[in-house]
Design a protein around this ligand. Structure first.
Ligand code: ADP
Length: 237
């Protein structure tokens, strides 16, 4: 079958904080329907990559191209309308609004044609029971699911998941893995940053291993864990 063309292409991306290079020439691509894992030790630049691609930070060098249009340095709210959305390691819902109202805000703000309905999102992400409770009442797993529904309400074509699985129990992990795969099956491109290797193995088609803001490996996780340079950055310290 013919190779799909990438929906996202990152080339030689650089992001500095002071003199420190959090991203130091990172290049990779994602195609529609693909689940790509970004893995690497703490501080290797995974979240920074998500933050630059989602428009939270402007890059200091290199290029980000989404859907054939340059998107580096474009503000996140504009990228939401172009089709990029993300979840956060620490979700920040409107705490005094109900779950339903939080999703309504996302729909009103970024709801694209064909966006899922509130009822669907509540049902699919197990938030029906708490729909009319303030977001402040949710446990951390429910806050993560609310954050995901907020992102999905804008019908992204590229979804960036930053530690969505952290803190979920094994049954919840299995369930959310199924949900993420179902989203990818609709053609959505998904990038996941996650520390749980079993979860990464379960859902990703391919991984990029980062170290010090650079790619040191690209391929399946099963292959990655046999590569000496990958083993070294995880175990060698
Ligand atoms: P990872 O997600 O792989 O753990 P990060 O992308 O969060 O790594 O961080 C990469 C490096 O950049 C770390 O050394 C971190 O301290 C630094 N960094 C990230 N964000 C900022 C920021 N806003 N200001 C200063 N340093 C930052």
């Amino acid at each position: 079958s013919p190779e799909k063309s990438p929906i996202l292409e990152v080339s030689k991306l650089v992001k500095r904080f002071g003199g420190f290079h959090a991203l130091d020439g990172l290049s990779f691509h994602v195609v529609p329907g693909e689940i790509l894992g970004l893995v690497g030790p703490n501080g290797s630049g995974k979240t920074t990559a998500i933050n630059v691609i989602s428009g939270l930070y402007a890059p200091d060098g290199g290029e980000v191209v989404f859907d054939n249009v340059s998107s580096g340095g474009v503000a996140s709210h504009k990228l939401v309308h172009r089709g990029i959305n993300r979840t956060f390691q620490v979700p920040k819902p409107f705490l005094s609004l109900t779950v339903r109202e939080n999703i309504q805000v996302a729909l009103a703000y970024g709801g694209a044609t064909g966006a899922p309905s509130i009822a669907e999102l509540l049902e699919e992400y197990r938030l029906k029971e708490v729909a009319d409770r303030p977001a402040a009442d949710l446990n951390s797993a429910q806050q993560k699911m609310l954050d995901l529904t907020r992102a999905l309400a804008t019908r992204p074509r590229l979804l960036l998941l930053d530690e969505l699985a952290a803190g979920l129990n094994p049954a919840e992990l299995d369930w959310i893995a199924g949900r993420i795969k179902a989203l990818a099956a609709t053609g959505m491109a998904i990038i996941v940053v996650e520390h749980l290797m079993g979860f990464i193995e379960q859902i990703t088609d391919r991984v990029i291993v980062l170290n010090a803001g650079k790619e040191i490996f690209e391929g399946t996780l099963a292959t990655a864990v046999r590569e000496p340079q990958v083993i070294e950055v995880f175990l060698g310290g």
